[in-house]
Design a binder for this molecule. Sequence first.
Ligand code: ADP
Length: 456
Amino acid sequence: MTYGRILSLKAKLTLVYTILMTAVVSMALVILFSVSNQEIRTSVQGKLRQRVSEATQEVTYKNEELRFDSDLLELKDNVYLSLYDTGGNLLYGKIPYGFDQTTQFEDGNLREVVSGSVRYDIMDMSYPLDGYGTILIRGIVSISDAEQDFRSILRFAVIIFPLIVILAALLGYGMTKKTLAPVKKITDTVQDIRQKSDFSRRIHLGDGKDEIYTLAKTFDGMLEHVEESIKREQQFTSDVSHELRTPISVILMQCDALLEKKNLDEETREEVFLIQKKTQALSKMISQLLILSRADQGRERLVMENQNLSELMEITTEEAKERAMEKGITVYEDIQPNIMKKGDETLLIRMWMNLLNNAISYGKENGHIWVHLSQTTDKITAVIRDDGIGISEEALGKIWDRFYQVDASRSSTESSGLGLSMVKWIVKVHGGNISVSSQLGKGTTFTIQFFVNEEL
Ligand code: ADP
């Protein structure tokens, strides 16, 4: 795995920024140090030259006597001045402690000498003093002293350098965070849309000119488009389902009328019966589709009233028993009486009927179904368990999808793959949740939980 994948964009940018800043500051410091080192040296040498030439003004010869200005003893600019006669005898002045006095005199030559392990710049100059003759002037300055100053600056720089790097990192992080804040908003919005399937959400970054604002605007534009398409599609599904209801009722009525005819031969009767069965399945699918498309549009009108959930389930289970018996399936009921719940009666019956029908359809011949309803202080639990064919782990995550059928050939002729999507929606609008557990070949359990104090 590469760092590119592990690190967030924020961390990456901060890292790049910090590395760049560090490189730039180090380069600047290196250049600064080499230049300043040179500069200091040049400036020290300039001062040495100047002090030596100034020294000629500070010695006079009057009345056969040499007079020295006490300035010569001062360590101006750290320059030591000393005056000699041509015999090399010290006349006046100061020399640094430990400096080798026998150092050769080289007139007019500024040079570096090492004396007693200290490096010096020295400058010698002979000067013809009126009436006296030649005197020799020597200026000495310690390079080590000058470098000492430079080294303290260096030390300061070494201490300040990590601080600059930390500051650069913090500044870089702050800037990156601010710059990328809109990206976080975009991600949050998209995640929200994905989780809640709410396409009416927008990023709304406001007015800005940079690329991220343009991206957000483009995204909002795209969402607008997607939402419109979805609405159009929902409207279409809803309209089609609605329009199909009338012709289907007419077909069913005609089938009924035909089947009531006494003079129908057996073959025709069976054919009509098949048409009736298929049309009933179609009718069921269309009514489920209508419910789902209206639910999508938020148009499904719910009639929420206080319901005796126990009675509702008992009646529905009773109805289903007839179908179960055809397959030799025994239904066991464990329904706590008089459990009350606010809800839409038709939808709650549809929900329970769907689960029961599935348990029968996908149950084994001579199998069993267990139905349970109970209430505790905070929730109502409804469970429907069968010992049927079960659902594979792979299919389990998909059974709530519209039109999903694990194995269409095993589903009943009335199956559409819409049932569980509708059940899930019904449970949701009643403030509950539904879960499933299943083992292939062993059976399936659906558990619904409604929270008692849920405001609907
Ligand atoms: P269908 O109309 O096909 O029953 P559903 O949405 O009700 O559609 O169910 C989706 C799929 O989930 C079904 O095709 C079936 O394979 C599987 N299924 C649902 N209930 C059960 C169950 N009790 N046992 C085994 N499989 C089930």
